[in-house]
Design a protein around this ligand. Structure first.
Ligand code: FEO
Length: 397
């Protein structure tokens, strides 16, 4: 049977999930996702981060196809979130006596999810665990993605098992390693994962990168997405860029429109932006494109223009989730503007103003609110100028 090896005696035993509609039940997965797990076979056997519960049978088959009748000695829990940990109880039943390795913050949540765990090994920052010729070393990366998150470094092969850090959406289509695939697709899905899961704790992610930079790393093996062995500088560079929130020249225009009038306004705004020479102008209908994709582009680009029509004195309801996410994740150094249709008493632009104030958005020009459709020249001009003003601000930043 073909085994996937990261190095001699270190195996990939992860699985692909192509049927879950939404990650954490709110982020769409049109390309699936992988739950990566790794097996180190030495005098002692260590299993690093299990997988999601729906894949238990396939997972155990893969583990056993490497181990045969051998037992697992250590189960390393880098992270408690159930997309990795929900097979823990089943692994403990399959391998009674396995020592479960975590840190001081690992076990309370883990036991709250799955009940008492008998054989616990608590490791501290920098502590090591010998498997024979391989030695595991543990480093805490709190909040990347939960308080207990840690990474495991194998000193002999110099592989870091980074858990959610450096992870991405997208099932692995045969290519497990970065040099076996077209990276453009995985870059987009990795940034979408980052922007919606890690972005809120970008500072902690940056600290984690700085901590890991002290290690000699030959491979990064995350719990989702590709294993990085050939493009380490590239992926570390991308992760650092996203963590520092160094965004690129471009503008995201998102609109919510019931009858197409605010959509027509967005077209005029986009035209104003594009005529300044900015080539990356992305226009999204918030009712059509799921928020995680829009957040990914907001993370990427400097300009953010949001348009919402009125809806019963407030704004188009689907816009609420997006602006909530913006204010939760607080993407830095953006150039914002807002616009929208009034209907009979307004509310779209007024509600956006409240979110802008709460989120301390850097509004680079006055909002534009239009009665009815953008059919009057003065309205058309204001919308065009709004797009242009954001574009100019983006260029100057
Ligand atoms: Fe992939 Fe935070 O779990």
């Amino acid at each position: 049977m073909n085994q996937i090896k990261l190095s001699e005696n270190i195996y990939y035993v992860g699985v692909n999930d192509r049927h879950t509609d939404k990650f954490e039940n709110h982020m769409e997965l049109p390309n699936g996702v992988s739950y990566n797990s790794y097996l180190i076979v030495d005098e002692k056997v260590a299993l690093i981060d299990p997988v999601e519960a729906n894949f238990l049978e396939e997972y155990l088959f893969k583990v056993k196809s490497v181990l045969g009748e051998r037992k697992v000695d250590y189960l390393i829990i880098n992270h408690d979130e159930p997309d990795h940990s929900s097979t823990v109880a089943a692994v403990l039943r399959e391998y009674p006596g396995v020592q479960v390795v975590g840190n001081a913050k690992t076990f309370a949540p883990l036991e709250a999810f799955y009940g008492p765990i008998e054989n616990k090994v608590t490791v501290a920052e920098g502590e090591t665990l010998s498997l024979g010729t391989h030695t595991l070393q543990f480093f805490m990366v709190p909040m990347v993605h939960w308080p207990e998150s840690m990474v495991t470094y194998e000193q002999n092969s110099k592989i870091v098992f980074s858990n959610d850090a450096f992870g991405g959406f997208g099932a692995l289509n045969g290519g497990i390693f970065d040099d076996q695939v077209n990276l453009a697709f995985y870059e987009d899905e990795m940034r979408r994962y980052y922007a919606n899961i890690v972005g809120k704790v970008a500072m902690q992610a940056l600290k984690a990168i700085e901590k890991l930079s002290a290690l000699e790393i030959k491979m990064i093996a995350p719990s989702h997405g590709l294993v990085w062995r050939s493009n380490l500088a590239w992926v570390i560079g991308k992760y650092t860029q996203w963590s520092k929130q160094e965004s690129e020249e471009g503008i995201v225009i998102v609109y919510g429109s019931m009858h197409g009038n605010t959509a027509r306004m967005a077209e005029i705004v986009a035209r104003g932006a594009a005529e300044t020479g900015i080539k990356e102008v992305k226009v999204y209908d918030v009712a059509k494109t799921e928020v995680s994709f829009i957040m990914s582009d907001i993370w990427k680009y400097k300009g953010v223009i949001i348009g919402a029509c009125a809806h019963y004195g407030s704004m188009f309801p689907n816009m609420t989730l997006l602006v909530h996410e913006i204010n939760e994740f607080k993407p830095k150094d953006k150039c914002y503007a807002t616009f929208g249709g009034m209907s009979w008493s307004g509310g779209g632009v007024r509600t956006l103003a409240k979110y802008a104030e709460e989120g301390k958005w850097n509004l680079v020009t006055d909002s534009v609110e239009v009665k009815g459709a953008p059919i009057r020249e003065e309205d058309w001009d204001k919308l065009y100028e709004l797009g242009k003003a954001v574009a100019e601000a983006v260029k100057q930043q």
